[in-house]
Design a binder for this molecule. Sequence first.
Ligand SMILES: [Zn+2]
Ligand SMILES: [Zn+2]
Length: 273
Amino acid sequence: MLNETRLNKVNEENLERIWQIRDYIQELEDVKDGFIGFISSDDDIDDSTRNIWISDAKEFYFSTVTAWEMLHFTVRGMKNHLDDSKGFLYRAKSRLAQSISELKIFEQEKNLSKLITKAKLAFEKCWNAFQREYKLIEPDISIMKPVPRVIKKSNHEYQLPCSICGEIAVDYRIGVGQFDKEEKLLYRGIICGTSLNKGLANELFEILENEDIAGIHEFMKNYHSNEGLDAYCPKCDKIYCWNHYKLEEEWDEGFYDCTYGECPEGYRRMIDD
Ligand SMILES: [Zn+2]
Ligand SMILES: [Zn+2]
């Protein structure tokens, strides 16, 4: 009974705090309107570009609002919405980076840099407030069982869990991908996904059997891309999920450029180009 009372109290405090996040979101609404103001006032861009850019600015804002709604559901006990909230918040971050890259063409405008600084600050406050709530909601990680390095699902499927939360970050299996005509070695990481030649499976599975994650990183450098295994931090020799490998997308005039990851130890590297 006592515990229940305490829980209810915590819940109320949580609810009160997350209502305060709405003040930050209000600032983001002003930012969104400012972005749209710049985009609408320019006659040099064509209509379809203008519409796309306006919808990017709106998506940035409304994804934040949805992330908040999902957080609200979660605090009220619907825990299955926690991952949705994180997903929408990340989408908001991505669209904000994209919008800012689109606004580059208005560089000469005096008030633009002020607005962009305001946007970044307001979103950072918002992001940090969300992260604080996520931490409070999530079960204490230290009491969880140790996370295995490699999970063998079967002779033709292996997974790599996040070294912090245990969420599956990487999956390798033999199968037929969406665009494949035949069986391939399928790879799904935290942002990359691809179908590799099935003939490589024996080599890869042997490395996985040895739990040699640095070896898998090398394998991916050889057969996939320079960035190697996207969920892997070579400095820590650990795997991180998309949430713990704080992803940061870079955009160039509205087009996706690359993604950086920064691990909890502060090591940063390009993980997708
Ligand atoms: Zn994680
Ligand atoms: Zn690291």
